[in-house]
Ligand binder design. Structure first.
Ligand code: PGA
Length: 329
């Protein structure tokens, strides 16, 4: 392998990630014959095939998978080195690769926005996916940091809670339960329920909570996104339970009611996490200390109001920081 070049590894990594020689050539501004020739040289060095082609699709062989993991860790070391040198020069530059669960997309981009204003030399990439796929990425060490709900015990990771994530019961605004107080869980379990897809962290938390109360929800439809669920609730297909964060910004608040249900909200937390033993990059470390030092900003992120009187927190006789500010004007 001593004769393989970094460029060959870069080409290999791009093909492995994109699943295509053509797309890798495009990404790296190379011609396809150049890509094929470099991969042939690399394959000769390894002495085993790196890809299997079945029809039009290419797959990594066992040797290819090993080499891919090696490439990721080589590139990670190089990027740490670049950041360390930049840090020595008094600059914070480099890349932050953040992956978050679907529901964290309601606040993660704003968090990143604030962070990027503080560190203009940092490039960020944000991957949004559900819990199951996020844990796969975490195990494969594909990103610098992860934001998720309750971290699973079976994966050895460093995880720290940094923000509340209350789950609330949503119904259409004209639902017969919308004006009721202290609705029982049993009554909620009787309603047609709209559930997130398998693999969703929200779904796992809700099912565990109701099972713990000896109840089972009357699931009518499974939908693959929080948006689809909100629209289906508004459309009268059933009620649902989602993170209060999903009511942020573009939420159709006038059409949704947060029900007053006993034992609710379910108090969850958002965690940042990374695999134990991972060397956290300088930029990722800067992001972590920004997260730890921004409690006030984070509190404001938990309120989701369009205007005074539309803050879901008001359902619990509390008003959020921004609503208070607006009402005092
Ligand atoms: P989800 O995860 O977006 O996959 O439902 C949210 C969570 O774990 O709280």
């Amino acid at each position: 392998m001593r004769h393989s070049t970094l460029r060959q590894l870069e080409i290999f990594e791009s093909i492995a990630r994109l699943g295509s020689f053509t797309r890798a050539a495009e990404e790296l501004f190379l011609t396809q014959p150049t890509v094929s020739m470099q991969i042939k040289k690399l394959t000769d060095e390894v002495g085993l095939p790196l890809f299997d082609q079945i029809g039009k699709k290419i797959y990594l062989t066992d040797a290819g998978r090993e080499l891919h993991q090696t490439c990721l860790s080589v590139f990670e070391h190089f990027s740490h080195f670049e950041m360390t040198v930049a840090d020595m020069k008094g600059l914070k530059t480099g890349k932050l690769k953040l992956a978050v669960v679907t529901t964290a997309k309601y606040f993660a981009p704003r968090l990143l926005g604030m962070f990027c204003r503080q560190y203009p030399g940092v490039d960020v990439s944000l991957k949004v996916t559900n819990r199951e796929l996020l844990l796969e990425r975490l195990i494969n060490n594909q990103d610098d940091l992860y934001i998720l709900g309750q971290p699973p015990k079976e994966i050895d990771m460093v995880a720290q809670a940094f923000l509340e994530n209350p789950l609330v019961v949503l119904a259409p605004i004209d639902h017969p339960l919308a004006n009721k107080k202290k609705i029982t869980l049993k009554r909620i379990a009787e309603e047609p329920f709209l559930s997130r897809e398998l693999g969703s962290g929200t779904r796992i938390a809700i099912e565990r909570f109701f099972a713990g109360q000896g109840l089972q929800l009357n699931t009518r439809i499974e939908l693959g996104s929080n948006e689809a669920i909100k629209q289906a609730v508004i459309g009268g297909l059933g009620i649902s339970i989602l993170s209060r964060h999903t009511l942020a910004l573009d939420a159709p608040l006038g059409q949704l009611a947060v029900l007053d249900v006993q034992h609710f909200p379910i108090n969850r937390q958002w965690y940042y996490a990374y695999l134990s033993g991972k060397k956290v990059s300088i930029v990722a470390e800067a992001f972590l200390s920004y997260l730890r030092q921004a409690p006030e900003y984070l509190t404001d992120l938990t309120c989701h109001h369009a205007e005074v009187g539309h803050c879901p927190l008001l359902h619990e006789n509390k008003s959020c920081a921004i609503s208070k500010k607006i009402s005092s004007v």
